[in-house]
Structure formats: structure tokens, C-alpha cells
Design a protein around this ligand. Structure first.
Ligand SMILES: *Cc1c(COP(=O)(O)O)cnc(C)c1O
Length: 395
């Protein structure tokens, strides 16, 4: 099996698992209790919090543990909206956000908020002019993702942070895909809130965090106990928090070395696939792109069939086609780039991690052309193309 779906989730680092195990066995104390057993949990939770704060260059008291990226995104957007509605009811986001943001915004629209969904250029970079023009007296929140989970595009976060700060608007970023791949300094970038999730950087699932700048006042999202400075009720998931701390510590220490290794493999994939296969398009930006992300559209191909054939060869990959997106429509991100439904259906996402090897890339490059050829031979669209009934969209 060759795992190329690291944007969906990652394997847990064995050092992370090691660090967690005592808290699933003997160190089971509730961090809110006062005896020594519990205080051990409290201490380790605070160490983990500090490691996360160090990655982001913020204070420990600005880090709040949640159940993951989805909860952090919901909390940030909904709470910022509710707590600032006396100032205005307008929110700005982009049309390529993760569903955790997009669906939170849809739900806010039903509650009377107005949301501007900023478009992207054909490489998936958000249009800054459009963003600036959308800002009005009523704007209370800008939420733009740091890096996209499908096409890997990295947004001009520093510029957006400057714009938001100059207008005194809260700036949230979904950095779930960026953490572990990019250094982030929340102060330098003027980020007020930031979402992250441990399972995207070799930590456990079901644990994440929201960074909230100490000057931003937002309310709790859940009613209950006084945990997390009264802002996130519920007994702390000690083992997962410890795992997340370990995972971010490792991610930070490995970042420099890992970057070149991943860029080399990513660029090899891009170069060879564009060279060896016809009627293929690289989705996303060639440079402003996550080091581990590759996304292609193959004409005359159905993403699902491609995934199934690749699975039969042992490759785990993903697609933005309709069946895999869980709806009738293909990926909103690919459509936002201006891709036709056909091209969006024929997409393939490969996302790498430090555990991949160059030999796996070579094997993939070797197997893919035959699979594409086989699928096109069965494709009625390809037959129409060969017979001159339809044109290629790419050449
Ligand atoms: C995975 C992901 C999420 C959701 O995180 P979970 O921890 O799985 O809830 C949110 N945003 C982005 C960009 C993601 O890639």
C-alpha cells in the first residue's frame, strides 16, 4: 500500500503514540482535580499548549484545545459573528474554503448575517482587490484559509492580515493544511484567530486547537465546565492533547529538512505527469503551493474510476469528482478555478508526507500513464474526441 492522501489525514508518528500511551493507561486523572495523579495531566496539557504557542509565536493562554479543525472553524466564525453583531453583520470569506467554514457561513446567513464569498484567479489565489472592495462599515470578520486542502494554493495571508488590521476587522484563518508545512507567526501576519487539527500533521484524530489573540473577545461555544479559561467546556482529552503537543514539536523540528525533500518529490510528479500524459492540467499555483500537494485534471476521465484502478494497484489518492465529494456536484474549489464540470470530475489529488519515498513516486509515475490510457479507451467522451465531435479544453 502506498499512501498519497495526506491532506485527508496522516499516519500517527510512533513517537506521538508513545507520548500518548501513559495517558490512556495509568495517568488517567482528570486535569481539573487537585491530587497528584490529576496534576500530572494538568502539567502535560500545559506543556503541549506551550509547544503549540511556540510554533505560532504566541502566548500559551491564547491557545484553546478543541475536537479538531471543524470545531475550531465553527467556533471562530460563529462566535466572532455573534459577539460582534452590534457592530455589524457582514462577513468576508472565500469561495474555496473548507466546508467547515462555508457551511458555518451559510448557517450565519440564515441568522441574518450577510456573507461575501471572494473569488479566486485561475490558479486559486484570492483576489485581493475584490476583498478590499467588499469591506464595508458593517464588516466584522474576514476568514480566509491559509492553504487550500484540494489544490494546495497558499494565500497572501500577510497582506490580508494587514488589510484586516488597518480596518480593525477580526481576521481568522483556517491553517489546518498549513501547520507542519509552513512556519506561521501569528503576530507578524496580524492573525487574530487560527484553526488547526492534529491529525493533519501526524498527530491523533479528534483533537485540534483555536488560537485566539488575547485582544479578541469571543464567547464560549459550549455550555458546561470552566475548562480552557471558561471558553471551551468539557474534560480535557489529555492523551490527545499530549499527542498534539508532541506532533507539533516534531513538525517544527523537521520542517526545514522535510521541505526540500517534499518539494523534490512534488516537482518530479508534476514534471513527469505533464510530460508523459496528454490532455492533463495542473490545478493550483506552480509556486504558491503546499510542498506536499499535487492536483491534476485528466480530460475524458472519471475521477472515481481512476481512484478505483489506482486502489487496485495499492495507491491511496483522492479526487474532487462528484461521487467522492459526497454530493451531485464536483468540488466547489475546482469549479471556482473556472474548470468545467468534466475537468473537475477528472481530477486527481496526490498529497505527500515525510513517510513517502522517492521510489513510491517513481512507481506511480510508471503506472499512471497505462491506467489513464485504459480508462480513455473505455470513455465515450474520448471516442467523441477522437472522432472530432468534441474538442479538448486544454490544447
Ligand atoms: C481537514 C480540514 C478541516 C477539518 O479538520 P478536522 O479536524 O478533520 O475536523 C478543516 N479545514 C481544512 C482546510 C482541512 O483540511
Amino acid at each position: 500500500m502506498i499512501y498519497f492522501d495526506n491532506a485527508a489525514t496522516t499516519i500517527i508518528d510512533s513517537k506521538v503514540l508513545e507520548a500518548m500511551l501513559p495517558f490512556l493507561k495509568s495517568n488517567y486523572g482528570n486535569a481539573s482535580s487537585i491530587y497528584s495523579l490529576a496534576q500530572e495531566s494538568r502539567r502535560e496539557i500545559e506543556i503541549a499548549r506551550k509547544k503549540i504557542a511556540e510554533y505560532l509565536n504566541c502566548e500559551s493562554r491564547e491557545i484553546f484545545f478543541t475536537s479538531g479543525g471543524t470545531e475550531s472553524d465553527n467556533w471562530a466564525t460563529k462566535s466572532a459573528a455573534w459577539c460582534n453583531k452590534s457592530k455589524g453583520k457582514h462577513i468576508i470569506t472565500s469561495c474555496i474554503e473548507h466546508h467547515a467554514i462555508l457551511h458555518s457561513c451559510r448557517s450565519l446567513e440564515k441568522q441574518g448575517f450577510r456573507v461575501s464569498y471572494i473569488g479566486v484567479d485561475r490558479f486559486g489565489i484570492i483576489n485581493l482587490d475584490e476583498l478590499e472592495k467588499a469591506i464595508c462599515e458593517e464588516t466584522i470578520l474576514i476568514s480566509i484559509m491559509f492553504a487550500n486542502n484540494e489544490i494546495g494554493t497558499i494565500q497572501p495571508i500577510e497582506e490580508i492580515g494587514k488589510i484586516a488590521r488597518s480596518k480593525n476587522i477580526i481576521f481568522h484563518t483556517d491553517a489546518v493544511q498549513a501547520i507542519g508545512n509552513i512556519y506561521i507567526d501569528v503576530n507578524k501576519f496580524n492573525i487574530d484567530m487560527l484553526s488547526m487539527s492534529a491529525h493533519k500533521f501526524h498527530g491523533p484524530k479528534g483533537i485540534g486547537a483555536l488560537y485566539i489573540n488575547k485582544n479578541v473577545k469571543i464567547k464560549s461555544f459550549m455550555d458546561g465546565g470552566a475548562q480552557e479559561l471558561n471558553l471551551r467546556a468539557g474534560t480535557e482529552n489529555t492523551a490527545a492533547i499530549v499527542g498534539m503537543g508532541k506532533a507539533i514539536e516534531i513538525a517544527k523540528s523537521e520542517l526545514n529538512n522535510k521541505t526540500d525533500f517534499l518539494i523534490n518529490m512534488r516537482n518530479k510528479l508534476i514534471e513527469k505527469i505533464l510530460k508523459n500524459i496528454n490532455y492533463v492540467r495542473l490545478n493550483g499555483h506552480s509556486v504558491q503551493r503546499l510542498v506536499n500537494n499535487v492536483n491534476f485534471s485528466f480530460e475524458f476521465i472519471e475521477g472515481e474510476s481512476l481512484l478505483l484502478l489506482l486502489d487496485s494497484k495499492g495507491f491511496c489518492v483522492s479526487s474532487g469528482s462528484a461521487c467522492t465529494s459526497g454530493s451531485l456536484d464536483p468540488s466547489h474549489v475546482l469549479l471556482s478555478l473556472g474548470l468545467s464540470h468534466e475537468l473537475a470530475h477528472g481530477s486527481l489529488r496526490i498529497t505527500l508526507s515525510k513517510y513517502n519515498k522517492e521510489s513510491e513516486i517513481d512507481l506511480f509515475i510508471q503506472e499512471l500513464p497505462d491506467i489513464i490510457k485504459k480508462l480513455r479507451e473505455m470513455s465515450p467522451l474520448y471516442e467523441d474526441f477522437i472522432n472530432g465531435k468534441i474538442k479538448s479544453e486544454i490544447f
